[in-house]
Design a protein around this ligand. Structure first.
Ligand code: FAD
Ligand code: SIN
Length: 512
């Protein structure tokens, strides 16, 4: 058994910035970061567009950003949270710059501000089309220099240890030695990111399997609004499943058009904001167009844009297209909606506290009330930065009392069992992803959802039977977590009776 003061699970923007703040404030305390892959692997690393922050107070205002966020969230945002997050944004950006993150500037030295769907003004602070990579680089470098932070990479958090609704620590699997370890902590923070691989077609990297939310669910934490899955309208079309390359919304902010295969600019038929309508509306419109035409993708047309300026703003997207044989100056880019973000998650208060004592959640795995039924583009990095600041301020309060359950954690005993068949797990994962795409995708129905619910319950029982008889590792735990997340999405979709934002349920199954 090991002891640590602060145990942070996840090394994306939420986990690392919180670790940095705590390490600086409490040089005498130790912070342990547990992360299941390389330390930099995260959704954060792939963020393209940027961070939405009100900078130019002549053109823009907090009120405009608040109003855009509320409209996008379709009546389900918590207005007090929206105000808090948006007004704290500039302070958090300043810290990020102090940690060494660099953002694009205009020749006059002011930050260059991009525009994305649902935003009424240019307010997206960015580093070309690799904003997340730049942020992760800067904060990881700072983290590795702190003597009181230990980063356990390739360590998988399996489960929270709780007693009397109080979190005492976690069980971790060392992926190299395949040994389970127990960590006891004063405070545990889940910063485990999203769920994309549950859908197979996703912009998320493979780490996004919803582990933190599933762990919190098993520990009895409140989980809400899991039905609000955000599908990004423009992932680069590939027939195979897996992580898909994102064509940033900032490209539409830069002037690109969406067209059917026949060349029709269909967004004019759906919303007066056309290509810059919010993400839910654009994805739902593409989905409808594809169902009407039977095509597999629509096109993003950049041929009327200045190619040199495009290359300067979006060098990674330009290169990706060129490698796939598409010259954006002459060819249209095939795009399709793909799972991108989870708006719901582990419910937290404005200090990031979950309903379990001493357990916090931050970033994409949390549900703060900022996003409501649909997240406004580039509000996610902002949310993670603001809430890591809020959690830090709460924990740094000198009057904070540490409440602990009076108990001794017992170590898990190793029992020798035959190793699990990984082929079986891979097949089940493919079936699960297909089920989620078919029955819990952009458009759902109660019949589809009910069928999915029954299937998911069967798989959950099968998985539990496996664990009793076989030695299990990361791929098993991830699959079990994905089944748990699938069940939460399906049951909360069944409960929701009205269509809002990114949630659309029809009376009949979607294939009718
Ligand atoms: P992540 O960055 O995903 O980090 C999660 C961490 O938890 C990872 O280190 C992971 O390995 C670890 N982890 C997970 N489970 C376990 C476990 N069981 N044990 C140990 N470790 C675990 N948002 C914006 O605001 N602006 C953008 O421009 C933008 N662009 C995006 C582009 C892409 C392609 C994608 C995928 C997302 C984008 N987003 C954007 C969303 C945003 O990047 C994420 O929501 C945000 O980075 C999440 O940060 P996080 O720290 O909560 O989680
Ligand atoms: C993008 O660049 O389109 C992604 C922005 C986001 O998810 O906020």
């Amino acid at each position: 058994m090991k002891n640590t003061n602060y145990l942070i699970i996840g090394s994306g923007v939420a986990g690392l910035t919180l670790a940095l703040r705590l390490a600086t404030q409490f040089p005498g305390k130790n912070i342990t970061i547990v992360t299941k892959s390389n330390a930099d692997e995260s959704n954060t690393k792939y963020a393209q567009g940027g961070i939405a922050i009100v900078i130019d107070k002549n053109e823009d205002s907090y009120q405009k950003h608040i109003s855009d966020t509320l409209i996008c969230g379709d009546g389900l945002c918590d207005e007090a949270v929206v105000k808090m997050v948006i007004t704290e944004g500039p302070k958090r950006l300043k810290e990020l710059i102090e940690w060494g993150a660099k953002f694009d500037k205009n020749p006059d030295g002011n930050l260059n501000l991009g525009k994305e769907g649902g935003h009424s003004e240019n307010r997206v602070v960015h580093h070309k089309d690799q904003t997340g990579y730049e942020i992760e680089r800067a904060i990881l470098m700072q983290t590795l220099q702190k003597e009181n932070i230990i980063v356990l990479d390739h360590h998988f958090a399996v489960d929270l240890i709780t007693e009397e609704n109080c979190c005492l620590g976690i069980t971790i699997l060392d992926e190299k030695t395949k040994q389970l370890q127990t960590y006891k902590s004063d405070f545990t923070i889940l910063a485990t990111g999203g769920i994309g691989h549950l859908y197979g077609h996703t912009t998320n990297p493979v780490i996004a399997t919803g582990d933190g939310i599933a762990m919190a669910c098993r520990a009895g934490a409140t989980i809400k609004e899991m039905e609000f899955i955000q599908f990004h309208p423009t992932a680069f079309y590939e027939a195979s499943t897996g992580s898909k390359f994102l064509i940033s919304e900032a490209v539409r902010g830069f002037g690109a058009y969406l067209r059917t295969k026949q060349g029709h600019r269909f967004m004019k038929d759906y919303d007066s904001r056309q290509e810059l309508a919010s993400r839910d509306i654009v994805s739902q419109s593409i989905d409808l167009e594809l169902k009407k035409s039977g095509d597999d993708y629509v096109y993003l047309d950049c041929t009327h844009l200045d190619p040199e300026a495009f290359k300067k703003h979006f060098p990674m997207i330009y290169r990706h297209c060129l490698t796939a044989g598409i010259d954006i100056a002459k060819d249209w880019i095939p795009v399709v909606p793909a799972q991108h973000y989870l708006c719901g998650g582990i419910v937290v208060d404005t200090n990031g506290r979950t309903s379990v004592t001493n357990l916090f959640a931050c970033g994409e795995c949390s549900q703060t009330g900022l996003h409501g039924a649909n997240r406004l583009a580039s509000n996610s990095l902002l949310e993670a930065l603001v809430y890591s600041g809020r959690i830090y301020e709460y924990l740094a309060n000198p009057d904070l009392e540490i409440k602990t359950a009076d108990s001794k954690i017992s170590e898990k005993e190793k029992v020798n069992k035959p190793e699990i068949d990984s082929e079986y797990l891979a097949e089940l994962k493919t079936k699960l992803q297909y089920l989620m795409r078919q029955n819990a995708g952009i458009v759902r129905s109660d019949i589809d959802l009910q069928n999915a619910k029954e299937q998911l319950l069967k798989w959950k029982n099968e998985m539990e039977q496996i664990e009793r008889t076989q030695q299990v590792f990361v791929s098993y735990y991830e699959l079990l977590n994905m089944i748990t997340i699938g069940s939460l999405i399906v049951s909360q979709s069944l409960e929701r009776q009205e269509n809002r934002g990114g949630f659309v349920k029809l009376k009949m199954p979607s294939f009718v």
